[in-house]
Design a protein around this ligand. Sequence first.
Ligand code: FE2
Length: 428
Amino acid sequence: MFDLIVKGGTLPDGTVADIGIRGGRIAAVESRLQADAGEVIDATGDLVSPPFVDPHFHMDATLSYGLPRVNASGTLLEGIGLWGELKEIMTLEGLKERALAYCDWAVSMGLLHIRTHVDTCDDRLLGVQAMIEVREAVKPYLDLQLVAFPQDGVFRDPTAWDNTVRALDMGVDVVGGIPHFERTMAEGARSVTALCELAAERGLPVDMHCDETDDPMSRHVETLAMEAQRLGLQGRVVGSHLTSMHSMDNYYVSKLLPLIAEAGLAAIPNPLINIVLQGRHDTYPKRRGMTRVKEMRAMGIPVAFGQDCVLDPWYSLGTADMLDVAFMGLHVAQMTHPDEMRACFGMVTEESAKVIGAEGYGLAPGCAASLVVLDAADPVDALRLRPARLAVVAKGKVVSRTPRADAALALPGRPGSVRRRRPLPGRA
Ligand code: FE2
């Protein structure tokens, strides 16, 4: 007897299986489960995937677009300035309300694991307090990891170091940083060292905004890789964004990538935001700022795609759909071979879960019973369509349903509805 059976779905690897769920865990994955269940979801012909994972987000800023004004230049730097204005007028209730509204969007999109950076450059630590409360509130259905993120520079802002330490004392999970925003390259390098030492002392992972510029000479990921090695943090350190790698000299990158691989670093590009914010100081050709995804993957460096921003000082769009992120990522990284597209789907699901260490993730027996049923035949079809999330199951419970969206045609002599799903092979 199961609590729930998801019947006949196609898993991302192409296997067709029934998934039996009991007590919030996946209890069985078999081709044909002969058992009763409290509830059955018929997923015949639909893609059943483990949930989407966003490894890089800013939940303290989300859904604030237009407050107190919009970003006129569209640059990263004006966005940071605008965020500073917004911080002055934020309230604990407002922060929580927006974050919880975003979590509702996420759940409806099958996005059930989010790592969010939280600004620690605020003596009141309002954002940190709010996100800790939100993390607790959504725990029954969504896993939220918090990164202590000194947005204005851990050395550049006079109280940022103390506030970052306070945030960790309050229970923030990961140490962040922003070396390219410190006053000088040397100060940036010093911030990487100090923050990695802090993480090592406390046994915490590191996830640093790193080289998020078009500057081909930005060298902070090199320092991050060296510090990860020196402090024995291999496998626990992430370089987020790494946009300067787009502009770096090719010879230097040929030396850098092996260093990153050796240090066990993972990378998190954020395709939507990187292509929007970078290249703003260029005429033509305009650089798009996406880091070297294919080349890093070829070196065995784990890469996950992040959303970064939705409706905030840096980005005016977004719907919490990680398929939008992967869709943009595969275009900008030119990963259009079917194998590469499947890899892009993995970079917002399984690979992403590995990069942030999501607990109990996957569709194997024993994993947390969290999954999403998509109106698509397979991962590539899902990327093409970015379709309805027909059902979302979180820790054993059905938490969201969306109907299929077929268009009803009114054409002379061609009645009926239009489904844009790819026909299954061998079917008339
Ligand atoms: Fe970010």
